[in-house]
Ligand binder design. Structure first.
Ligand SMILES: Cc1ncc(COP(=O)(O)O)c(C=O)c1O
Length: 389
């Protein structure tokens, strides 16, 4: 199945190019900083001691490997075999910690004393605050005011862990604006601070580095599929880190890869090529190239762009991207909870919603095996769900 894998999907060419996507579109002041991160990560990723320390922390601190749980009752209802990759069971409650621990170890290795991060749902902020506490690094997190309102619990968690949370009042007051502000701030403190980006996006080397740090999800899941390669591999897509990490484990197999975007933040399904936050990809924009606001019930998918590797996988046809809307996402959250006793994050519920729909309409044929990455747990979303009910 090697023809399914282009070498540049595994390792981007040049300045982080995935076909026409990716690259490094940053102000001059940040070029040396990105180059420093690229050099440091390339060295670290080839250093067995760095890999061993990360592997050790993932085992004894994060709780890896996470299980691949058969969703027994839901499988019976749908006529398929549904296997859930349980990132919701990691320490801090989402896949974000896999990426953050790797980057925090890298920051320490580079001699930085502070981590800067952006966050939407708050999960990446919590993971960064956690890693900062663990490794003795200061943490500053930028978060849109609207997200601060809807993710109050995670804001409190970050503060408990010693992080400074900086509210962002610009624009839509969500993830896009928090990311812009974090980049702006990084320029001013670049000498002693490391920008710990939360998804597989941003300027090179971030999309590649974050994919590599998240590939543990896909590699583990593949090894855990006792019955062989599944027919479908499904994950939700915000910036695209849990999906990129999941897909990485299955790119060289015949498995159909499906990324599920929020209907109101569907950069691949409804966007066009453009530049945002230092990289070229598919983005939601108007005829003048002005970035449009995304809308999703889940703060983590409320982003008008998507990681460049996904734009490329979509264009080459290796992965398919679909959408789920808020109503079916809430319904899917309830159905999974009742059938399996698992309250997942609203982000992850997008993947569940598509599987429910696709199994019902035959897009997923009866008898298929489906691996679905459950990227996070739902505690942070209980207030939103309570309001709705
Ligand atoms: C639980 C959860 N899943 C998914 C996402 C989306 O991010 P990504 O597409 O990078 O995996 C987020 C983002 O905050 C999240 O908290």
């Amino acid at each position: 199945m090697d023809q399914l894998v282009r070498a540049d999907v595994r390792r981007p060419a040049g300045l982080g190019r995935f076909g026409e996507y990716g690259g490094r579109f940053v102000p001059e002041a940040l070029v040396p900083a990105c180059e420093e991160v690229e050099r440091a990560f390339t060295e670290a990723w080839h250093d067995p001691e760095f890999r061993a320390e990360l592997r050790h922390l993932l085992a004894v601190y994060v709780g890896r490997p996470t299980p691949l749980t058969p969703a027994v009752r839901l499988s019976a209802e749908l006529g398929i075999t549904l296997l859930l990759k349980r990132e919701d069971l990691t320490h801090t409650g989402s896949h974000k910690i896999n990426n953050v621990l790797g980057q925090a170890l890298l920051a320490r290795r580079m001699g930085k004393r502070r981590l800067i991060a952006e966050t939407g749902a708050g999960q990446h902020g919590v993971a960064t605050a956690t890693a900062g506490a663990l490794l003795g690094l200061d943490v500053t997190v930028f978060m849109g005011e609207r997200d601060i309102e809807r993710q109050e619990l995670n804001v409190f968690r970050m503060k408990m862990l010693g992080a400074e949370v900086v509210p962002v009042s610009a624009g839509s007051r969500t993830l896009k604006d928090a990311t812009s502000e974090a980049f702006r701030y990084w320029v001013t403190v670049v000498d002693d601070s490391y920008y710990c980006l939360g998804s597989a996006l941003g300027p090179h080397p971030y999309p590649w580095m974050v994919r590599e740090l998240q590939r543990v999800i896909g590699d583990e899941a593949r090894a855990q599929c006792e019955a062989g390669v599944p027919d479908f591999v499904v994950a939700c897509v915000g910036g695209g880190s849990n999906a990129a990490g999941t897909f990485a484990g299955f790119l060289d197999t015949p498995a159909r890869l499906v990324g599920v975007e929020a209907a109101g933040g569907a950069a691949i399904s409804a966007g066009s090529p453009g530049v945002l936050h230092g990289f070229r990809s598919k983005v939601l924009q108007d005829a003048h190239g002005q970035i449009l606001e995304a809308h999703s019930i889940s703060a983590g998918l409320d982003y008008p762009g998507v990681g460049p590797e996904h734009a490329y996988l979509a264009e080459t046809g290796r992965a398919t991207y679909v959408t789920a809307d808020d109503t079916e996402v809430v319904a899917a959250t309830h159905r999974l909870a009742r059938a399996e006793g698992i309250l997942c994050a609203l982000e992850s519920a997008h993947a569940v919603a598509w599987v429910l729909r696709a199994a019902a309409d035959g897009t997923i044929p009866a008898g298929s095996t489906v691996v679905l990455t459950l990227s996070g747990r739902g505690d942070k979303d209980m207030a939103t769900l309570m309001e709705l009910s």
